[in-house]
Design a protein around this ligand. Structure first.
Ligand SMILES: [Fe+2]
Ligand SMILES: [Fe+2]
Length: 143
């Protein structure tokens, strides 16, 4: 737990596919690193913090890519009808994170809370809205 820890992974997010649940949990742990890096969530980042947050964002993006590929493989395995929509949302997230990294590199003064909340809220809404229904489908349709 970081000094500036906010709500992370909770049982509500469990979709009942252990490998994916583990990855979701690990993603929230990674996101928590933003709170250990910045001194104040609500102040614009200073130069050192910008560098650290860019590193964390690129780590989050790499991890998200790995996770999306894993999750999409589970969907392919069961010919999930929601796969195209999932892929679209996954790709949009990656694009948004890249844009955020670019904004930080270009020196825009974004407070950490905005970055953290964007990533957190996207992931929360995505798991609850799209991954959870897939978990149910997978259970009923896996071989
Ligand atoms: Fe997903
Ligand atoms: Fe997911």
């Amino acid at each position: 737990m970081s000094p500036l820890s906010l709500a992370g992974f909770t049982d509500e997010y469990i979709i009942d596919i252990p490998e994916l649940d583990e990855q979701h949990r690990a993603f929230f742990d990674l996101l928590d690193k933003i709170g250990t890096t910045v001194s104040d969530f609500y102040k614009p980042l200073d130069d050192d913090e910008v560098d650290d947050v860019i590193d964390i964002l690129s780590e989050l993006r790499e991890y998200a890519l790995l996770h999306f590929r894993t999750e999409e493989a589970y969907m392919q395995e069961t010919a999930y009808p929601g796969l195209a929509k999932q892929k679209q949302e996954h790709n949009r997230f990656i694009t948004d994170v890249i844009r955020m990294e670019a904004e930080l590199m270009n020196g825009s003064a974004i407070p950490a809370i905005k970055i953290r909340n964007f990533v957190h809220d996207w992931y929360r809404d995505h798991i609850l809205g799209l991954d959870k229904p897939f978990g149910k489908f997978y259970k009923e349709n896996k071989a």
